[in-house]
Design a protein around this ligand. Structure first.
Ligand SMILES: Cc1cc2nc3c(=O)[nH]c(=O)nc-3n(C[C@H](O)[C@H](O)[C@H](O)COP(=O)(O)OP(=O)(O)OC[C@H]3O[C@@H](n4cnc5c(N)ncnc54)[C@H](O)[C@@H]3O)c2cc1C
Length: 385
């Protein structure tokens, strides 16, 4: 891979994340996928080696590092196991970051140290049957009743739901239509009236513990309302950085793994008396994979650094995520083509790479919705060259 300017500490973090991922996480990746079972033992290994709570401040037991370091670690984990990467991104993701950004002292002390130690997992839940891209259509209601909120409704596609202890849930606080009536509330797993539904089987990322959530007269203390009415901008600020260090590095890591494994395969497999890597047409396919991956990595590292320098722009996330999502699908598809029928066989990881990467252009804002953001900025003159 091309070298990027990094501090000694950043290089060390990347190298040690790579070593741990190769040694401990990669060997369990195929089994987790086959069994649809979140590989919690991998999260334990990451916690033991200090790779949980990367963004959580040191005073709460985290590493207090930035979006760039989180990006480096996520990429390395995803190279070994995309399911583990998604679980890490969700556990060290929007919920902990919202608590850090706007939580009370009590919430910070209660949740952050355990999250930093990898002892408490978090999920976040916006999507509903009638609210996908159109988040403003959320119907799950939270109604104030004395010192409590009473929650009724259901949520879909919640990653990490099967293992999460705490959930950040988007709710409608006011009948006012669209985003204006929305807020977010923290709900602990064992709260009466809250149930986690049956595992949702998608084409890939099958071991991320995805499930729907159901609320039936579920009562939570009023202080759990962490994003009140009129403050949704705060939530989207957090999600914007997550769209840089949560989703794109997972795609990048999967694409990198697909390219490396396909390269090894083509150097080994012989047809017509030659290794596949000796055919120029296939060499160009390999070269294109490298070109695409390096372009994606350059975009991503730049966006992550800008986020850390507080120079980030909404478009950084949209452009980076869209390019890397689609690049990684192309690269994983090419890896299958290079390996022929073996590329489609469960004996090799290529079909899993393709399945895992496919959904990432839909989650965290689909590529169409990000294109809407980019085009909107262009048309309104907020994107200048
Ligand atoms: C792997 C994965 C993990 C996920 N994890 C979570 C999670 O942890 N928590 C959570 O809350 N949700 C999660 N989701 C759900 C995700 O946020 C939604 O799938 C996403 O917002 C899209 O909603 P939808 O699937 O209902 O598609 P729809 O919104 O119905 O869209 C269908 C198609 O229409 C396109 N489209 C919709 N509106 C427009 C428009 N205005 N212009 C152009 N095209 C449009 C979409 O891009 C898409 O191609 C996850 C999804 C996936 C795939």
């Amino acid at each position: 891979m091309l070298e990027f300017d990094m501090t000694e500490q950043q290089r060390m973090i990347r190298d040690s994340a790579r070593r741990i991922a190769e040694e401990h996480i990669k060997p369990r990746a195929a089994k987790a996928d086959r069994e649809y079972k979140p590989p919690l033992e991998n999260l334990k290994v990451l916690a033991e080696n200090g790779f949980t709570g990367i963004l959580i401040p040191e005073e709460y037991g985290g590493l207090g590092l930035g979006v760039f370091e989180m990006t480096l670690v996520m990429e390395e984990i995803a190279r070994a196991c995309a399911n583990t990467a998604i679980l890490t991104a969700t556990a060290d993701g929007p919920t902990s970051r919202v608590i850090m950004a706007v939580g009370s002292d009590e919430q910070k002390k209660k949740y952050l140290p355990k999250m930093a130690k990898g002892e408490l997992f978090a999920g976040w839940s916006m999507s509903e049957p009638n609210a996908g891209s159109d988040v403003g259509n959320v119907e799950t209601r939270a109604v104030k009743d004395g010192n409590e909120y009473v929650i009724n409704g259901s949520k879909l596609w919640c990653s990490c739901a099967e293992v999460a202890d705490i959930f950040l849930v988007l709710v409608r606080l006011d009948p006012a239509p669209g985003m204006r009536g929305l807020g977010a509330i923290l709900i602990e797993r064992d709260t009466p009236g809250f149930t986690i539904g049956k595992h949702l089987d998608l084409i890939g990322l099958r071991a991320t513990g995805m499930a729907p959530l159901y609320f039936e007269d579920c009562r939570v203390p009023a202080e759990n309302l962490i994003i009140p009415l009129g403050k949704m901008r705060k939530l989207f600020e957090v999600l914007d950085s997550d769209r840089i260090c949560g989703n794109p590095p997972v795609c990048l890591g999967i694409a990198q793994a697909a390219m490396q494994d396909a390269l090894a395969y083509t150097k080994d497999r012989k047809q017509f008396g030659k290794t596949l890597s000796e055919f120029q047409g296939l060499q160009w396919k390999l070269a294109d994979m490298a070109i695409e991956i390096e372009a994606g990595r350059a975009l991503l590292y730049n966006a992550a650094r800008r986020a850390d320098a507080k120079q980030g722009h909404l478009l950084d996330a949209s452009i980076t995520k869209t390019f890397i999502n689609e690049m990684a699908i192309r690269v994983c598809n090419s890896a299958i083509q290079l390996c022929g029928a073996y590329g489609l066989s469960e004996e090799f990881p290529f079909e899993r790479y393709f399945r895992d990467v496919r959904g990432l252009s839909i989650g965290y804002g689909s590529t169409e919705i990000h294109r809407n953001t980019i085009a909107g900025a262009m048309i309104e003159g907020r994107y200048t060259t």
